[in-house]
Design a binder for this molecule. Structure first.
Ligand code: PLP
Length: 375
């Protein structure tokens, strides 16, 4: 398989662990291990203490699959397949679902593997562009207009990275009805699900919405446990899940044993885990509201409705006239050790940057940005 470089990951490989402040991380501040183990109930504490480090069940630990299934309204444990991160799930699903002669429609700008892997598998893709002038909203009529006889799949990431877009219930219903009518699979990347700022905005999961809906979940974002590398697919399409399981035999075969039990502990204690995530985000949103209110000459944004990322636009006024986001980010990191992610890493050269607000050092990072931008 020939595949283009994952631009964002190459950028992070260079910078992520070399800077003082990551102001563009997509995840939440990692949960401390000791605190997580402290959340265990009797059964999962026993599983942790007595854990043997052999191979694990390739479809995932039965108790973990049950806990994941409980995140959905209609999914049973055997309609869940556990992967090593959401990234592996995307890789397997797209390879299984599309190939030469197939067409997929994918939201864009977005997480590159959601379309790159479909392309590498030989499918054609149309990017469904979210537009700033539309408030980054999903446009179901434009998606309908992009359908072709050979369209097999629609891929939507919501809540969305990098814009923080969350469709309304009505938009989401229109989209799921479109998929059902046209007999398409809907691949719903829901890695930021449960990080809606208003619980009533939480959408029906893709897997619950239609028989050909596939939900993607992960421990990395809402649950603040990226280091576990545990993700999953949930769907009523059991045949599809079987084919993904067979494909996974060529990638990692089975999940990591400690990561599964730690994920089980976290999901059983999800109310506490999610409360911590929401606490970090709301404190950081208060700082960002202040910053965007005080500094419209530096950046403007469309405030997200969910998640821990946004896609603001640098105004490039004054001494920044003629700069692009790449230059701004390069000089900012040099001067202040603060990292922003230029939109070019999402295939969008120009003034946009991804801003991440899931980390607890956001106030210091923002102070560094403000010093740089206003000095
Ligand atoms: C929208 C989206 N989907 C999937 C992933 C992959 O998640 P993970 O790296 O935890 O496998 C990411 C990671 O940034 C993401 O932002």
């Amino acid at each position: 398989m020939k595949i283009a470089d994952f631009e964002l990951e190459r950028y992070f490989a260079r910078w992520e662990f070399a800077v003082r402040h990551l102001l563009c991380a997509s995840d939440l501040e990692g949960y401390p291990m000791a605190e997580l183990v402290g959340l265990a109930d009797d059964q999962s504490r026993g599983l942790w203490q007595d854990l043997r480090l052999g191979y694990t069940e390739s479809s995932g630990h039965p108790l973990l699959r049950a806990e994941i299934a409980a995140l959905y309204d209609t999914i049973s444990p055997d309609e869940v397949l556990v992967f090593s991160g959401a990234e592996e799930a995307i890789f397997c699903l797209l390879n299984v679902l599309v190939g030469p002669g197939d067409h997929a429609i994918v939201t864009w700008p977005g997480y590159q593997s959601l379309f790159q892997i479909a392309l590498a598998a030989g499918a054609e893709t149309s990017l469904h562009e979210l537009r700033e002038e539309d408030g980054w909203a999903l446009d179901v009529d434009r998606i309908r207009a992009a359908l072709r006889p050979e369209t097999r799949l629609i891929v939507v990431n919501a809540p969305h990275n990098p814009t923080g877009m969350l469709p309304s219930h009505a938009e989401w219903r229109d989209l799921t009805e479109l998929c059902a009518e046209a007999g398409l699979h809907l691949f719903a990347d829901e890695v930021y699900r449960f990080l809606e700022y208003d619980d009533s905005d939480r959408l029906v999961a893709g897997a619950d919405a239609l028989p050909t809906g596939v939900s993607l979940g992960v421990m990395s974002k809402s649950f603040a446990l990226a280091g576990l590398r545990i993700g999953w697919l949930a769907t009523h399409d059991r045949r599809l899940l079987e084919r993904c399981a067979a494909f996974k035999d060529y990638t990692t075969i089975c999940p990591s044993a400690p990561a599964e039990i730690l994920s089980l502990i976290a999901l059983r204690a999800r109310d506490s885990v999610l409360r911590r995530s929401h606490g970090i985000i709301s404190a950081n949103l208060a700082c960002l509201d202040r910053f965007f209110g005080d500094r419209p000459e530096v950046m403007t944004w469309i405030r997200p409705r969910a998640g821990s990322v946004a896609f603001p636009s640098l105004t490039m006024a004054g001494r920044f006239a003629g700069w692009d986001a790449d230059r701004f980010a390069a000089e900012l990191v040099e001067a202040e050790g603060v990292l922003l992610l230029p939109g070019s890493r999402f295939g969008q050269p120009g003034n946009h940057v991804r801003l991440g607000f899931g980390r607890v050092d956001l106030p210091e990072a923002l102070a560094g940005l403000e010093r740089f931008a206003t000095s």
